[in-house]
Design a protein around this ligand. Sequence first.
Ligand code: RM4
Ligand code: MN
Ligand code: MN
Length: 424
Amino acid sequence: MNIDRNQIAEHNKRLEHTQQRRFAQLAEDMPNIDGVVQKLVSFQVAIPSWALGTGGTRFGRFSGGGEPGNLEEKIADIGLLHALNQSSGAISLHIPWDIPKDYAAIRTLAEQHGLAFDAMNSNTFQDQQGQTHSYKFGSMQHVDRAVRKQAIDHNIEVIKHGIELGSKSLTVWLADGSSFPGQLNFRRAFQNTLESLQEVYAALPADWKIFVEYKAFEPNFYSTTVGDWGQSLLYASKLGDKAYTLVDLGHHLPNANIEQIVALLLMEGKLGGFHFNDSKYGDDDLTTGSIKPYQLFLIFSELIEGMDNRGMEHAKDLGWMIDASHNLKDPLEDLLQSVEAILIAYAQALLIDRNALNEAQATNDVARAQEVLQQAFRTDVRPLVAEARLRAGAALNPVQLYRELDVRGRLVKERGEKTVATGL
Ligand code: RM4
Ligand code: MN
Ligand code: MN
């Protein structure tokens, strides 16, 4: 199914009056409101190809209906999201879950939906059918060179797929680690991993980046070979200028100060990619902004401050992606909610009075610093975000229109009740 311009225009007409009133009210106190709206229009968040179906936990999976059964249908789903919000203009592929059979056809299809190809993701955390060596005891860290070589070759293969599609980056997330003390020689595991990454790095085209994603634990429960931002930064620094750290919000130990992490990574010029989600306990992969919206805002505050400090372009100079899983909600509704939460946090962070904050910091005025931050956080910026959508030709209320059009019902009719999307 497709959502056409008329359906969006008709929906917007019904909501426009209220929108205008709310926006005008906000504009009264904001001299630079159009600049902020323009930034929101430009900001695009990539959708991973594995987040369009119902995810499972190790206790089960409760599939929803109308899930995309192949890459073409996944692109169509993201096309629907993008038509509704004009902020989801990219897709991130996971190989081998989504190997394109006909590159040209896939490129054309993506273009028709206004989608670019974001970072490519490799997978050496599962064994695939017919695979020669097992990743049970790791991939790039493995004690056996043949296993490492297989993981290296796979990553190079992923780069090749990406080149054909016009992607410009590779994200490497390794499940490598150990579950018991003594299982692994940490130094050797690190060195093997570094050497493997170096071979992949050597195969990167000149205009590509490689993102080294870290994760504190799971599937290994004693050590992870790229376990935190320090380790990721070590790899990225040793690899070279095209290598960066990727921060996934769910990959930290509880209560980690992620805003401080991103500030320092940006300072070092080594923050490259970002995975949005939310969590209460671990890598819960819940809807962004559903649990800790204030933390998300504080992270955005540091992202903006750090990017501005380096003269970086917010929309283009980091790889922004949602990395979530949906066990209960309709994945498309969930993704619309995540994108909305990201734009809200971004908008709020853009409203921070930086001069006042700098002054408060310089004079140790702790109370004032808090006032400045919370003034921005407590502003209801939803009319701002909606205005950006209106100007971009998207729906004023994407979730509402999604329901009004009964998108899920129509997808079920088209694809059936029992389709299952590849992914986690
Ligand atoms: C991992 C990590 C990666 C993602 C996989 C599916 O926990 O977040 O980014 O590719 O899950
Ligand atoms: Mn991730
Ligand atoms: Mn994860």
